[in-house]
Design a protein around this ligand. Structure first.
Ligand code: NAD
Ligand code: GLY
Length: 333
């Protein structure tokens, strides 16, 4: 494979944007932002873990290209994807006189990306933002498609907006510093794409699990490229989840229930989705919609990636109550 750097376009008329993926891209961030005429005054939203690894490279690149840049560090963890953290971001932006001519940059995993995106959607009724995802999960899923949100104590992502970034810059070299558990969790969303949209990709995942787990750059680039292309194709058809975008939620309804019931941060999002995918498969199989072989192959592939496939011990009633709070819940007459 020779996919060292590439671009995928998310075509949404005036809200279109490129996803640029490759290796060693952070150093060129300033130039990329110049290329899209991004505002000169920028707040980088990140957390201490990610900033410790990549903050200096990002700041240096922005400074070299003449951007004026401040840093907002939010605490690390799903439990901080909250209204309280969001308020602290607004406080900073207002106190530092950020205006409509400024922009936000999300540097981190899905938690940082979701909250920074929602801050961008709502601050001054909307300012431009860029996603620089640094986990597998955020590179293949959350940074693309414009879903932004914070959690409410009663449910995942209940407060949010659809708001597209101006650019997604994916540097797969950032994945080298991920903890092993985050590698596994991110791959759950990669498996999702194979199941919902691409048999050949699913088969490739079955054959390439050891390359992916060892973070082989060619394997990673292929996984990122195929996942982002599938997501972009779906979002172009259905930006606001009126139809086919619901496919991207495969495994998520049950997964979100696990996350809420266990307390945010206990299960990684990708782990909960992995388990949710198997539960959805079993339900589908019991209803006669899918074959046992599909459940078995999906379960086996998730196990290869060290992902959980058995739900934690809550009663059916607890799961049903949690799922009724899901934002997708609809009463069928
Ligand atoms: P995360 O953002 O919590 O990141 C996981 C951990 O990895 C954190 O501790 C983080 O500090 C650390 N980390 C990030 N990059 C690193 C790096 N390069 N090196 C070392 N450590 C690093 O979790 P996540 O799995 O990236 O994202 C999960 C979130 O994404 C959930 O809140 C979920 O709801 C959301 N999500 C959103 C969408 C969407 O479409 N908006 C889609 C899927 C998931
Ligand atoms: N992760 C689900 C979506 O973006 O629609």
């Amino acid at each position: 494979m020779s996919e060292k750097i590439g671009t995928i376009k998310v075509g949404l008329q005036e809200r279109s944007y490129p996803i640029i993926f490759g290796q060693n891209l952070l150093k060129g961030l300033g130039q990329q932002l110049e290329g899209i005429s991004f505002p000169r005054k920028i707040a980088v939203i990140t957390n201490p873990t990610v900033f410790g690894f990549y903050g200096q490279t990002v700041i240096d690149s922005l400074a070299e290209s003449g951007f004026q840049c401040s840093v907002i560090e939010i605490p690390d963890g799903e439990e901080f994807k909250s209204l309280a953290t969001l308020e602290s971001i607004y406080d900073f932006l207002i106190e530092k006189n950020f205006d409509r001519g400024s922009g936000l940059l999300a540097l981190g995993g899905g938690v940082v990306g979701d909250i920074a995106g929602y801050a961008a959607a709502t601050f001054l009724r909307g300012v431009p933002y860029v996603q620089i995802p640094t986990t597998i999960l955020s590179q293949v899923d959350s940074s693309v498609g414009g879903k932004t949100a914070v959690n409410h104590r009663l449910g995942k992502n209940l407060i949010g907006a659809f708001y597209q970034p101006k650019l997604v810059l994916i540097d797969i070299d950032t994945l080298r510093t991920l903890e092993q558990r985050e590698v596994y969790a991110g791959i759950a969303e990669v498996v999702k794409y194979g199941v919902i949209r691409d048999k050949i990709f699913f088969r490739w995942l079955e054959d390439s699990s050891s390359d992916l787990l060892s973070l082989n750059p060619d394997a990673l680039l292929h996984a990122v490229k195929r996942s982002c292309q599938i997501k972009a194709d779906i979002v172009e058809i259905d930006e606001r989840e009126g139809s086919v975008r619901a496919l991207l939620n495969y495994g998520h309804t049950f997964g979100h229930a696990i996350e809420s019931l266990c307390g945010y941060g206990e299960w990684r999002h990708g782990e909960a989705v992995a388990c949710g995918m198997v539960v959805a498969c079993r339900i589908s199989q019991n209803l006669g919609f899918s074959a046992e072989i599909s459940t078995n192959r999906i379960t086996a592939l998730l196990r290869k990636f060290h992902l959980p496939v058995d739900p934690p011990d809550f009663t059916l009633g607890q799961y049903v109550t949690a799922m009724r709070r899901d934002k997708k819940f609809a009463k069928v007459a």
